[in-house]
Design a protein around this ligand. Sequence first.
Ligand code: TEU
Length: 550
Amino acid sequence: MTDFKKCVVYQIYPKSFSDSNGDGFGDLKGVTEKLDYIKTLGVDYIWLTPFYVSPQNDNGYDVEDYYRVDPRYGTMQDFEVLLEEAAKKGIRIMLDMVFNHTSSHHEWFQKALAGEEKYKNFYFFRKGKEDGTVPTNWESKFGGSVWEYVDAFDEYYLHLFDVSQPDLNWDNPQVREEICKILKFWIKKGVKGFRFDVVNLISKGSFEDDTKGDGRRFYTDGPNIHTYLQEISRAIADEDAEIITVGEMSSTSLENCYKYAGEDCKELSMVFSFHHLKVDFMDNEKWVMIPYDFDKLKRILFEWQTKMAAHHAWNAVFWCNHDQPRIVSRFGDEGEYWKESAKMLATAIHCLRGTPYIYQGEELGMTNAGFTDISQYRDVESLNHFRILQDKGMSREQAYEILRIHSRDNSRTPMQWSDEKNAGFTAGNPWIEINPNYRYINAQTEIKDEDSIFYHYQKLIQLRKEYDVVAYGDIEPMALDHPSVFAYKRRWKNEELTVVNNFYKKETVLNIGEPINDYRCLISNYDRPDMKKDQVTLRPFESFVLYRKN
Ligand code: TEU
């Protein structure tokens, strides 16, 4: 079995990673060209977000053909070369599987629209209510109703995401069969991992109006979810028992995650949950502008850490992905303490119990996009909400401010490779603007600087491999009520770690509760932690990890 507890995954959004042919879009060849860079970082897996044939309405999360590479990203041969070259370097490839929905361009949906009953049953078509309104009042994740009217049938189809992303009907065994076929196709090519997009939304419950919310409680962690995941998991293991899987869990519950990612449950290797990244939302509303709630962040992280551990279930731990703003802009400091805060955030997450995921550019301390005009945005969710926010009465300026904080495009600006033209990302016109700070935030500069954020990430990855306590240890929260420190202990056999992070610019004092001079410091973001007996004065965004073997 793959020991995924010792592994680190690097997420690549190919469209924004590296463009090998100058068309302005990153591609698979571009990824292959950068394998040495990824190897230097030291990760074990690359998770590639979708590169299948797609109209790109949602940047590939709207799949038109699961078996083919979109020409924009290259060819199947390019993919095979990437697999092979990565394998030579000991790097495995994890693919992103989007099975909650297809693109409306998918052959199945086209056949459904043409009236073929078999394919209509691949999706959810429903009659409207008697009064002529939509079947339920649920809201789409990307704004508006989840129902789209089809004149020819006088029926609506369900789309939890964009109207171009109709939901698949997993209750239909033929759908599940097709999905297993697709998985086997890619396993045979040699992929070693799968990330399942919004996989806890695949089992729909009853279609009724939600009087308390936006409808999510009727389809999140739905009635047959565990059965379906076990089925998929068996199909995968039958082909290759070494494959690791991670499920993206939208608005999920701990109780369900004990099962999804439980050691003996045979569903998934691990789960992404997002509660810790909603601490700058208001209730469930993302499109607001409020400071993040540090206390809540700590409590959520600790609750998930300790309870998942108690139930022998495994987390994926992360701050960033292609849907999230950049972490250094969000919980760190883009200014004076850019480097210190980026390193602190890295330490805080990598020393937790779980498999860490790094999103491209995070290891360089890349920041939010800073767009000022709607013409700079590409993301369907951002474009929809820019309109919706103004419809709700907000001014254009207010809407811009909110987009600047929450838009998914913040993380989708091209990877900053160098200080050369277009940050070395493309020789052509980039599909989305490059952050002008590439002149000083870029891979070239980071690689030259021994003290860089990049090498901090590299070291954290090595620590996980070197010290079992990082990979396997239990977790015990420390300083729960401290207003600016996130600290915890990890223990494994006779090893002990103490991880301390100041999340703020202000100096602060932490009482560790025991003398710390018999510990060794494994990693820090200042010269050395300033230790006085059992009390430490933490400098702005200071972070360190202490180690002791009894
Ligand atoms: O995202 C699922 C999802 O619901 C969120 O990440 C969403 O983008 C955000 O919270 C809305 O505010 C996955 C993919 O990661 C994302 O890129 C896709 O757009 C989405 O599914 C649909 O496939």
